[in-house]
Design a protein around this ligand. Structure first.
Ligand SMILES: [Zn+2]
Length: 76
């Protein structure tokens, strides 16, 4: 009997792909968002012009949320 082993392998690998966003100051797609979920803030950093900003986030925020907030605050 060809017994098929049901092997369910759940890989819990979180690829840590850096997400880059568009920088409102220099216009390069070099903004990186580092989330600090413990203390609920995000550090927005531009690898091109050196722009650096700390943004408060809420629980469950994604990098894109922090970025959106950053853009909001930057343009106001
Ligand atoms: Zn920049």
């Amino acid at each position: 009997m060809g017994r098929k082993k049901k092997r369910v392998v759940i890989k819990r690998v979180k690829p840590k792909l850096p997400e880059f966003f568009l920088c409102p100051r220099c216009g390069s797609q070099t903004i990186q968002v580092e989330l600090n979920r413990k203390e609920l803030f995000a550090v927005i950093k531009c690898g091109s012009c050196g722009l650096k900003e700390e943004i408060k986030i809420s629980r469950g925020s994604q990098p894109v949320d922090a970025y959106a907030k950053f853009i909001d605050e930057y343009s106001s």
